[in-house]
Ligand binder design. Structure first.
Ligand code: ADP
Length: 673
C-alpha cells in the first residue's frame, strides 16, 4: 500500500497533556458565561420590575391628582349639604339642597332619625262613615244621580262643623257638578268657597290638602271649557263673568306657586309630586319645576326602604342610587348612581389617555372579578372610604415595549462580554498550549540530546582508549578504529547541527542566505557526505538531469535537507541497501527525490513523521541513532524556501521522499513566483 503525505502541519501531535489545561480554560469560559447569562436574565427581570415600578409611580401620581379633583367635587357638595339650614322645615331643607345642586335628591330626617321629608301624610277618613256622606256617595257613584248627589254634598258641607268635612263635601259637590256639566257652579265652589282661609289646612281622607286639589280640578274644568268653547262662547262667557273660560293661566300660576312653595308645611310631598306632574301635563307653558325630579327620586328611594345612615358614599338598592349621610347632619343626600359614577370616572380618567389605560372607580360592593387584570389598585378616602381606584392597562404588554430597549442593550453587553471572555480564553489557551509545548519540547530535547550524544561519545571513548593503551597492534585494525572514530564524530556533528538548526528554528532565529544554487552540486556534496557509510554491496546512486535550472536557496540548508533524507534512507534500510537520489525538473520546480528499499511506513505513521520528536518505532530509531528531529527540520527548511516535501511509502517496501523547490527562470527569478 502506498501512502502519500504533503502536509504543512508543524505540530507535536502529542497534546494529551493539554487536556487538563483545556478543561480549565473551558471552565473559565463556561462559568463566566453562565454568570453573564444569569446576570442578564436577572437584569432583564429587574428591568421589567423597574418599568413596572415606574408605571406604578406614574399612575399613582396621576391618581393622586385625579383623587384631589374628585375629593374637590365631594368637598364642594359637602359644603353645600352642610351649609346651615337654621330652623328651616324639612321640606325647605330638601328644596335648598336640590336647588343648590348639592345632591340629586335628599331625605331629611328629624332629630330622632326618622324620615321627616318626604313623608306620607296621615289622613282622617272618619267622615266617610257619616250616613249622609254614605248616601251622597251612593247617589254619585252607584246610582249616577249627579245633581241630587251634588245637593246632598252641599248639605253636608253647609251643616258641617268640622272644616275638613266641609271642605271634602264642597270638593265632592264640585266634582258632581262638573261631571253633570255645570262647570260654572263647580268653578264657583272650587275657586270661591274653597279658597276661604278656613280651609287652608283641610285635607282629605288620605291626608292630602283639599285646596290644591280643588285648584287642580278648577284648572281641568277651565281647560276643557276652553277647548270646547268657540270664540263667541268665550266672549259671551266673558260678558257673563263666567270664570271657567278666562282664568286658566291665573289658576295655573296659582297652582304652580303652591307646588313650588316649600314653606307650606301642610302640603304632603307625594301630593306635591302628583300636582307637579299634573300641572306639567295640562299646562304646556308651565315653567320648569326644578325639584320635580328630586321629589320623584326621593319617593322611589323611600319605596326601596334603604337604611340611610352612612358617612361614606354607598350604593342603595340595585345600584340605581348612591347615598350619603354626612356626619353631623340630618340629611341623606341621594345621587343618581349612573351620572355620579360617570362624572367621577371622567375626573379619574382626565389625566390618562384612554388608549393607554382605563381608570375605574369601584364601590364597596364591587366583586373580585371587577378587579381582575387590574394593574394597580388604590383605596379612596374620605367620602369615598371603602371605594377603590383601579387602573387597567390597555393594549399590548407595556412592560415588554418599555423594557425592550434596555433589554436589547443588556443582550448586546452580555453578548459582547461572552465573546470577549471566549476570545480571552482562546488567546490564553493558545498561549498556554504554546507554553506547555515548549516545556515538553525542552524535556524531550534534554532527554534526546543526552541520550544521542552519549552513544557516539561512549563508542569514541572506547576506541580512543583502546588506541591510547596500545592494545591494538595491527595497522589494519588501527585504521578501522580511526575510520570508526571519524564516523562517530561525523554522526555527532550531524546531531549537533540538527540540534542547533532545531533550536534556531524554534526561536525563529534561523536565517537563510539565499543564492542561486546548482542542485546537481548540492546532490553530489550530500551524496559524498554520506557515501562512506555505505559498505560493500550497498548501493548509493545519484541520477541528476543535466542543465537543471538553478534554485534560489541557502546552499547549506539544502545540503542539510538532503543529508537528513539520505541519513534516514541509510538508517531505515536493511543490510541490502539501495538508495537512489534523483534530481529532475518539473514545469516550475526542481525536484529532488530520495528513494530507498527500506522498511517503509504505515499510512498512519506517514501523517506524523514530520512532527518534532516523532519516531515511528522508538527501539528501531534508538538502534539507528535518531532523535525524531530530522524530518521536522527538513520540512521547516523546505517550507521556508517556498517548497514542498512529500512522501510515498509502503510498509516493508521502501520509501520515496520528494522535495520540490521553485526553479529560477533565465532572468534569475523564481518560475512559480
Ligand atoms: P530520526 O532521527 O528518528 O530519524 P526523523 O525526523 O528523521 O527522526 O524521522 C522520523 C521518523 O520517520 C523516524 O523515526 C522513522 O521512523 C521514520 N522515517 C524517516 N525516514 C524514513 C525512511 N526512509 N524509511 C522508513 N522510515 C523513515
Amino acid at each position: 500500500m502506498i501512502g502519500k503525505h504533503a502536509g504543512t502541519r508543524l505540530g507535536t501531535g502529542r497534546d494529551a497533556g493539554l487536556w487538563p489545561v483545556l478543561l480549565v480554560l473551558l471552565t473559565a469560559v463556561v462559568v463566566p458565561t453562565a454568570c453573564v447569562l444569569w446576570f442578564m436574565s436577572q437584569a432583564v427581570a429587574n428591568e421589567r420590575l423597574a418599568v413596572r415600578q415606574r408605571l406604578i409611580d406614574v399612575y399613582r401620581g396621576r391618581l393622586a391628582e385625579a383623587r384631589d379633583r374628585i375629593d374637590g367635587l365631594w368637598r364642594s357638595r359637602l359644603e353645600r349639604i352642610l351649609s346651615p339650614s337654621g330652623t328651616a322645615a324639612p321640606g325647605q331643607v330638601f328644596e335648598r339642597l336640590v336647588r343648590a345642586q348639592a345632591a340629586d335628591s335628599a331625605i331629611v330626617l328629624d332629630l330622632a332619625g326618622n324620615v321627616a321629608y318626604p313623608v306620607q301624610p296621615a289622613g282622617d277618613d272618619s267622615f266617610l262613615n257619616l250616613p249622609a256622606w254614605h248616601e251622597a256617595q251612593q247617589m254619585e257613584l252607584a246610582l249616577d244621580q249627579l245633581a241630587p248627589a251634588a245637593d246632598a254634598y252641599a248639605h253636608i258641607a253647609a251643616d258641617a262643623t268640622d272644616n275638613n268635612v266641609a271642605a271634602n263635601a264642597w270638593l265632592a259637590c264640585a266634582r258632581c257638578l262638573a261631571k253633570s256639566g255645570r262647570s260654572a257652579e263647580a268653578m264657583e265652589i272650587l275657586t270661591g268657597k274653597l279658597s276661604a282661609p278656613t280651609f287652608n289646612a283641610s285635607h282629605d281622607s288620605q291626608g292630602r290638602l283639599i285646596r290644591p286639589n280643588a285648584l287642580l280640578m278648577a284648572l281641568e274644568l277651565s281647560r276643557s271649557a276652553s277647548q270646547t268653547a268657540t270664540a263667541t262662547a268665550r266672549a259671551a262667557a266673558s260678558r257673563r263673568g263666567d270664570a271657567s273660560l278666562q282664568s286658566f293661566p291665573a289658576l295655573a300660576k296659582s297652582l304652580y306657586a303652591q307646588v313650588s312653595d316649600y314653606s307650606d308645611l301642610q302640603l304632603p310631598s307625594s301630593q306635591r309630586l302628583f300636582l307637579m306632574g299634573e300641572l306639567q301635563r295640562i299646562w304646556p307653558q308651565c315653567p320648569s319645576l326644578p325639584t320635580l325630579q328630586s321629589e320623584q327620586v326621593a319617593q322611589e328611594y323611600l319605596w326601596q326602604d334603604v337604611a340611610p345612615a352612612t358617612a361614606s358614599l354607598k350604593s342603595a338598592g340595585p345600584g340605581k342610587w348612591l347615598h350619603l349621610r354626612p356626619a353631623g347632619t340630618n340629611v341623606v343626600a341621594i345621587f343618581d348612581a349612573k351620572a355620579t359614577l360617570a362624572e367621577m370616572a371622567e375626573l379619574a380618567q382626565s389625566l390618562t389617555p384612554r388608549s393607554e389605560a382605563r381608570i375605574a372607580l369601584l364601590g364597596p360592593d364591587a366583586a373580585p372579578a371587577d378587579f381582575k387584570d387590574a394593574f394597580l389598585r388604590v383605596p379612596a378616602e374620605g367620602v369615598l372610604a371603602g371605594w377603590e381606584y383601579a387602573v387597567f392597562l390597555v393594549g399590548e404588554d407595556p412592560f415588554a415595549a418599555a423594557s425592550q430597549k434596555q433589554v436589547l442593550a443588556y443582550f448586546w453587553t452580555g453578548g459582547l462580554g461572552v465573546v470577549a471572555i471566549a476570545a480571552i480564553a482562546l488567546l490564553l489557551a493558545a498561549y498556554m498550549r504554546r507554553q506547555v509545548r515548549l516545556a515538553k519540547l525542552k524535556n524531550d530535547l534534554v532527554a534526546t540530546v543526552s541520550h544521542e550524544l552519549k552513544t557516539p561519545l561512549a563508542s569514541m571513548r572506547v576506541l580512543i582508549d583502546t588506541l591510547a593503551e596500545g592494545r591494538c597492534t595491527q595497522e589494519q585494525q588501527v585504521r578501522e578504529y580511526y575510520a570508526l572514530i571519524v564516523r562517530e564524530n561525523q554522526r555527532l556533528s550531524r546531531l549537533i547541527d540538527n540540534f542547533l538548526s532545531f533550536s534556531r528554528m524554534e526561536r525563529n532565529k534561523k536565517t537563510f542566505e539565499r543564492e542561486p544554487v546548482d542542485i546537481g552540486q548540492v546532490v553530489s556534496d550530500a551524496v559524498e557526505a554520506v557515501r562512506e557509510r555505505f559498505g560493500p554491496g550497498q548501493i548509493l546512486e545519484a541520477d541528476v538531469t543535466p542543465n537543471l535550472p538553478k534554485v534560489l536557496c541557502d546552499r547549506d540548508a539544502l545540503t542539510t535537507v538532503l543529508v537528513n533524507l539520505l541519513d534516514n534512507a541509510y538508517k531505515y534500510t536493511g543490510q541490502d541497501k539501495h538508495v537512489i537520489v534523483r534530481a529532475f525538473a518539473e514545469p516550475a520546480d526542481v525536484c529532488i527525490q530520495v528513494s530507498d528499499n527500506g522498511i517503509g511506513m504505515t499510512r498512519r505513521a506517514i501523517g506524523k513523521i514530520f512532527d518534532r520528536f516523532y519516531q515511528v518505532d522508538q527501539t528501531l530509531a534508538r538502534k539507528a541513532g535518531g532523535c525524531g528531529l530530522g524530518l521536522s527540520i527538513v520540512k521547516y527548511m523546505v517550507d521556508a524556501h517556498g517548497g514542498r516535501v512529500s512522501v510515498e511509502s509502503q510498509s516493508g517496501k521502501g520509501s520515496t521522499f520528494t522535495v520540490r523547490l521553485p526553479a529560477m527562470t533565465a532572468q534569475g527569478q523564481e518560475a512559480r513566483a
